[in-house]
Design a protein around this ligand. Sequence first.
Ligand code: CU
Length: 146
Amino acid sequence: MSALAAAFDYTIQWSVGGNYSDWSATHPVSVGDTVVFKYAPPHTVAQLSSEAAYKACNLGSKVFLDSSGGTGFTFDEPGTWYFSCVTGSHCARGQKVAITVTGSSVRSPAKPEGNSAAAPVAGAAGVAVKLALGLLGVGGALLAAF
Ligand SMILES: [Cu+2]
């Protein structure tokens, strides 16, 4: 915990109608920070494989998918990461976000946080290792994190 004492947590209220196009311009995420998506059904959080997939809403490229209602990502590498809802036309309607992460890589072990474990979809191994991925239970670790 002490190693993450300086980390910052961001919450994204995730819905159709939110404007996420310039999210990273106003939310400076650094390596070690956590971004938590909070949402209700039928929304989902998918990590997309590339900027091209993000721009085109190519949801078949997803490398991770969750629908728990509270999906947290702790970034351990700099870069830009792409997320979208995969429900209906939500991506085309703007429910997608590109998160730019700055700073130096932290090669700490990636381990789940919270009280629910998610299995990345098949084929995710190559990208999943870049994220220390934790699903934060709405009543559990999420509250503890704040
Ligand atoms: Cu949605």
